[in-house]
Design a protein around this ligand. Structure first.
Ligand code: FMN
Length: 377
């Protein structure tokens, strides 16, 4: 049997295999961030499709960090009931689920938050206009308090752990990156200082949820911006996080500001080395630099690629987002012996329904299904 399908323990969470659904915004929260029943159904479907662990789309723990309509909230106790149904639906099928805790920082949408966006420093948009104001000490303390309160609610709702979203140019990623973070205080400057807010959040979450509750993090291997994080600096960040108790690290890359073609959700199956796994080389370096499990996401479409990543010791877990939108049953299919490549073409049309209030699905897959049905009729 492939090592990919062996039962294992990720930071104490027993998983039926090494496949993870990487955090994917589903656009299925109500206007005030409660879980819609259709989202619970979506999670059940994913778990039934065999994936070992689901990481939710990023939820907001402070209203000013909401990135767009349709996001799910974890910023108040009222949210717990819907979240608990979602976690229970996954557990019923033998799956596991981790809640991603996010804050969009400068990328938040003031139209849906009614707050001025905040960031480590004043960050200019592509048009040169400021996107946010610089956070003061009180703002930083509030972020640390609020993320810990969000994690406590996630635990109460029955989630198997939480993941701090510190990738893709959102708030924690903005702090980590010297491109965005120009602060002169103890939260800016050296890599230790830029990692400080993530470490304070991590420590506060651990004290709010109790030692033993898994806290994962998603970070960038590379910002792909001049003056941003590079793989060498990512290794130092990862080691600092490990020294402070992080339980697993998911490696991603890119931001909204990255050079063309290097955003976190790359369009098209371009001929990239390592069979498309965008951050393969950086993951190999990370694996040598830390002892905690490494999760690799980005561009993985072929079973052989997934197997090679784990067998070669490049990463411990395989995370995917878009392939599981197109084929929620992909892992069951691969496990059954049909190891043909995932059908996702990375066309990114999955963003359309999410951003227009219809909720997550693959428009290409739906169209093909309808065409096949019409042929039968
Ligand atoms: C519709 C959509 C929503 C996403 N939402 C999130 C999110 O909420 N949090 C996050 O960390 N990444 C998010 N991502 C990025 C994915 O987790 C992943 O890093 C990226 O798509 C690359 O993986 P893939 O090639 O397997 O799709 C999203 C991706 C897509 C397509």
């Amino acid at each position: 049997m492939s090592a990919l399908f062996e039962q294992n323990s990720l930071a104490g969470i027993t998983l039926r295999n090494r496949f993870i659904r990487s955090a994917t915004f589903e656009g299925m929260g109500t206007d005030n961030g409660l879980v819609k029943p259709a989202l619970t159904g979506k999670m059940r479907e994913l778990a039934e499709g065999g994936v070992g662990l689901i990481i939710t789309g990023h939820t907001y723990f402070s209203i000013e960090g909401k990135a767009s309509p349709g996001k799910v909230a974890v910023d108040r106790d009222e949210c717990i009931k819907g979240l608990a149904k979602m976690a229970a639906a996954v557990h019923m099928t033998g799956g596991k689920i981790v809640l991603q805790l996010g804050h969009a920082g400068a990328m938040a949408n003031p139209e849906c938050t009614e707050h001025e966006p905040i960031g480590p420093s004043v960050i200019a948009g592509k048009d040169g206009k400021p996107l946010c104001r610089e956070m003061n000490q009180k703002d930083i303390e509030a972020i640390v308090e609020n993320i810990a309160a969000g994690a406590r609610r996630a635990k109460k709702a029955g989630f198997d752990g939480v993941q701090i979203h510190a990738a893709h140019g959102y708030l924690f990623s903005q702090f980590l990156s010297p491109y965005f973070n120009k602060r002169q205080d103890e939260f800016g400057g050296s890599v230790e200082n830029r990692t400080k807010i993530a470490i304070e959040a991590l420590r506060k979450i651990k004290s709010a949820t109790g030692e033993g509750y898994p806290v994962l993090i998603k970070i960038n291997s590379d910002d792909f911006i001049d003056g941003g994080i590079c793989p060498e600096e990512m290794l130092l960040i990862a080691q600092l996080l490990e020294q402070n108790g992080i339980d697993a690290i998911e490696l991603s890359g890119g931001t909204h500001f990255s050079k063309e073609g290097y955003d976190p959700v790359r369009k098209g199956n371009r001929a990239t080395p390592n069979h498309g796994a965008y951050y393969f080389n950086a993951a190999g370096k990370l694996k040598k630099a830390v002892k905690v499990p490494v999760i690799l996401v980005g561009g993985i479409r072929a079973f052989d690629t997934a197997e090679n990543i784990v067998d070669s010791g490049t990463a411990d877990y395989i995370a995917m987002s878009r392939p599981l939108i197109r084929e929620p049953q992909l892992i069951k299919r691969w496990e059954s012996g049909d190891t043909a490549r995932a059908s996702c073409e990375s066309c990114n049309s999955c963003f359309r329904p999410v951003l227009t209030g219809k909720g997550l699905y693959c428009p290409v897959g739906e169209r093909l299904k309808k065409q096949a049905q019409q042929k039968v009729e």
